[in-house]
Ligand binder design. Structure first.
Ligand SMILES: *Cc1c(COP(=O)(O)O)cnc(C)c1O
Length: 392
């Protein structure tokens, strides 16, 4: 038996031991708290749609958890990103720096704002935007003028930068923030995957003027579908609430809207789910850390590279990740495990290879290409009954 065959078989056996004999999903939600009760409360109150007390309650819980002054709930993470990018001052025709190694939502949101992404390489160890690559790209390709930073080749304004904390591993966000400040480029953190991840004692998403989260069904906690913008800036918070609520001018009965707005509000039903999920978030993070420990030992024993947070940062362990030796090994591992009903997934196809982004400017993307061939996620759910055991 080859090395990859053996490891695939071991992963199947180990996954079944931890998660049960049937189909093992990559990441499933857990509803073992007050979810049902809060949903019933919502229905009984008649407030199931975009007005209701659960929305502001959920916003306050997320603001408090992340240590932000304000949080604005939205219908999904992509809508939150679109809103934040627009409020950062990105205009149609601008360029926005991001990673080629990210989920497509990051780049879709940049496109919704009428801007085009520029793809900069990631670091191998964080799988997030590389400050070294960012600095080099700007030094070679950008010039700073009175009204901002411009791309010397395309002549377009580089108005924002959207790094992403891949699978919940914090990227070098403090260094990135410094470079963006030096170049007068707005910074927005796509923290969709990193609720519960910290750089030192600071929650991811608090290094930029705005950051966004996702509460899609596969994330650390879920509202069914949902997103959130966090910011310390009261004016940005007010603007975010306003344009995601159809830009309606407050009035007891008149319908007046003074700019193009969006119906990006989170319904009260989804927020109810979010409130119950927030009550369990700290416990979920403890269990996920224990699971990551087990996977770490498992892969260490088999001489496989298991991804960890750098410099003592804290990852939420959303998706446990390994780095295999080659594309061939990766494909073999994916086929073997999925054929045996244990769900594993490769990292994303680089954005720069997708038809709608294939003409966007990139740097060499050396690390992104290397990781694309090798990174695989293994089952990362909170196991059945683990939360109950923790609280006993
Ligand atoms: C999940 C996710 C989003 C937002 O996704 P939604 O499904 O719209 O909530 C954005 N960026 C990244 C990196 C994500 O993983």
């Amino acid at each position: 038996m080859g090395k990859v065959d053996q490891i695939s078989e071991d992963v199947v056996i180990f996954s079944r031991k931890i998660f049960g004999e049937d189909f093992v999903p990559l990441h499933r939600p857990v509803f073992e708290g007050n979810e049902r009760q809060y949903l019933v409360d919502c229905i009984d109150s008649n407030f199931v749609s975009s007005v209701g007390s659960k929305v502001s309650e959920f916003e306050e819980l997320v603001a408090a958890f992340t240590g932000s002054k304000h949080a604005i709930a939205t219908m999904n993470g992509t809508a939150a990103l679109h809103t934040a990018i627009k409020l950062a001052g990105v205009k149609p025709g601008d360029e926005v720096i991001s990673q080629a190694l990210t989920f497509v939502a990051t780049c879709n949101a940049i496109s919704y704002a009428g801007a085009e992404p520029l793809f900069i390489d990631v670091d191998i160890d964080t799988m997030g935007l590389s400050p070294v690559a960012l600095k080099r790209f700007l030094a070679e390709n950008a010039e700073k003028r009175k009204n901002g930073t411009f791309n010397k080749t395309s002549k377009k304004k580089i108005s924002a930068c959207v790094p992403m904390h891949t699978f919940g591993f914090p990227c070098r966000i403090a260094e990135i923030a410094k470079i963006c400040a030096d170049w007068d480029i707005a910074l927005i953190e796509d923290a969709a995957e990193s609720l519960g991840s910290y750089v030192g004692s600071r929650h991811t998403g608090t290094f930029a003027s705005m950051a966004t989260f996702s509460f899609n069904g596969n994330k650390v906690i879920t509202t069914g579908g949902g997103g959130m913008i966090i910011t310390d800036d009261a004016e940005l918070a007010q603007r975010a609430k306003y344009i995601t609520t159809t830009s309606k001018v407050p009035h007891p009965y008149e319908f007046v809207h003074d700019e193009i707005g969006y119906n990006y509000r989170m319904p009260n039903l989804n927020a109810a789910l979010g409130c119950a999920q927030m009550e369990r978030l700290s416990d979920v993070l403890v269990i996920k850390a224990q699971l990551a420990d087990k996977w770490n030992k498992f892969f260490h024993d088999r001489d496989i590279n298991f991804v960890k947070a750098i410099n003592g940062n804290i990852a939420n362990h959303w998706l446990n990740s390994i780095i295999l030796d080659s594309r061939l090994d990766r494909d073999e591992f994916l086929t073997m495990t999925n054929d045996n009903n244990v769900m594993t997934r490769p990292i994303w196809t680089l954005m720069s290879k997708l038809p709608m982004f294939k003409n966007c400017q990139t740097d060499g993307l050396e690390n992104s290409l290397w990781l694309e061939d090798r990174v695989v996620n293994v089952p990362s759910s909170v196991p059945d009954g683990a939360l109950k055991k923790l609280n006993r």
